[in-house]
Design a protein around this ligand. Sequence first.
Ligand code: ATP
Ligand code: MG
Length: 473
Amino acid sequence: MTDATVAALVDRVPADARDLITTLRGDGHDAFVVGGSVRDVLAGREPLDWDLTTDADPDRLRDLFPGARYDNRFGTVVVTRGGVEYEITTYRTERDYDDHRRPSRVAFGATLDEDLARRDFTVNAMAFGWAAADADDAPARLVDPHGGRADLDARVLRAVGDPDARFGEDALRMLRAVRLAADPGFSIDPATLAAIERHAPEAARLSGARVGAELGRLLVAPIPSVGLRPMRETGLLAATIPELAAQRGIPQAKIPGDDLWDHSLRTVDAAAAMRPPASPEDEAARDARLALVTAALLHDVGKPETFTDGHFHRHEATGAAIADAILGRLAVARGVRERVVRLVRHHMFSYEPAWSDAAVRRFIQRTGADLLDDLLDLRVADDIGSGLPVDGPMTAELRRRCRQQLDAQVPLRREDLAVDGNDVARALGIPPGPRLGRILDRLTERVVDDPGLNDRDGLLALARAIDTNLEDR
Ligand code: ATP
Ligand code: MG
C-alpha cells in the first residue's frame, strides 16, 4: 500500500482522536488506530467507533488522560472527547473470552504484532499509526501481518491463524463471523467456515448476553438472511436458538419448496427492507427496527411445537411464550423484548372489510395503538414471505381505518373515559376493588363500541345499570 493511501486514511481520523494520538506519541509511545475502525475506513465506510491501541500501560494512560474511565479487567481506558467515547487499549494477548475462560488478569507488555495475532479475523487485525521510534514527521504506517487488506478487497472473512484453535479459544468468534458476513458481498473463507461447522456446538456454552449482542448486530444488517442462513447451516443456530432451528423441515405450503425456516428468512428480509437502517446514533430508531426484524424472525417460532395434523393450533400464543424465553435468555433489552412478544402474540389477526368501525376500535384496543404500525408492517412482511402480493389491499385498508379512528381521538382505554374510578365509586357508594374494576371494564367496552356514550352523566347512569346487573347474577 502506498504512503499516499495511508496518509489519506489518517486524514479520515477525527481531530479528537488525532489529539489522543499526539498525546501518546508526545509521551514516547506507539499510537495506532486498530480493529474494526481500520477495516471500515479501508472499506470506505464511516467507522462506528475509533479504537486506539498503544504500548502505554493502563496506569500511564490514566495519568495522560485524567478523568478517563478505566475497565481494569481488560486494561481498556475510555476517553470522552466532544461527546464521543474513544477506547484506548494497551497491547494484550488476551481478549474478552467467555466467562469460564476469562483470564483472571491481563498480562501487559505485549507487542503490536502479538496483539494483532490474537484478534479474530484478518480484516479486523490491522492497525495504522506510528511506532514510538518513528520520527515526529514520519508518515503513518499500515501494519497488516495477516493479509487483512487483501482479504478486505476480496471481501473474505478469514480467521487469523489456525481457525480451529481460534474458535476453540472463544466460541463467540463464530457468531461474529456470521454477523460480519451479514454485510452483503462478504463471504466466509472455506477453511474458516469448515472450522465453524466443527466447533458450532461449543457456542451453546456462550453467555446469552454475548450471543444476544452479536445477533442484534446481525439483525440490523441490510439483508439479515445473508448472516442467518450460514448461522443455521453451520449448526450455530441449533447451538444458540434451537427453537428456531426446529423450523427446518416444517412444511410451509405457501411457496413451493419452502419450509418454515425459509419462510422466516423471507419475512425477516422483507421486514428489514421496510425500514431503512437507522443511523447508529439514533438508538430509538435502531431499537424500533430491531424489534420489528426480531418479531419477523420469531413470529412463527411456536409452529414446530404446535404442529399436529397439518395445523398449528394457537401457535401465536405458544410462540409469544417461546419468544419471551429466547429473548430473556439472550438478555435483549426489556423494551425490545416486550414489543417483540406482543407482536408475535397478535400477528394472527384476520381483517375483513365487513368489520364495523367498532370492530376496528376493538382491534386497536386489543393490540394497543402503539403496536399498530409494526403489527401491520409485520403482516406485510409475512405476506411477502409467503409469496402473497406486496402490501395486500386488506392490510392497507385496515391501516387506513385504524388511522381514521386514531385521528378522531376516540376513547379506547379506561383512562380515556369521561369518568374515573373515584367518580364511579362515589356515585355508586362502592369501595375501590374488583367490582369497581369490572364496572370500569364494562364501561370501556361500551364506549369503545359507541364513543357517543362517553359523557359523564350518561356514564354514571350506565355504571349504575351495570352494577345492578352484576348484583343480579
Ligand atoms: P463493529 O464495527 O460492528 O463494532 P468490530 O469488528 O469493531 O465491529 P468490536 O466488537 O467493536 O467489533 O471489536 C473491536 C475489535 O476487537 C475487532 O475488530 C477485533 O479486532 C477485536 N475483537 C472483538 N471481539 C473479539 C473476539 N471475540 N476475539 C478476538 N478479537 C476480537
Ligand atoms: Mg467496533
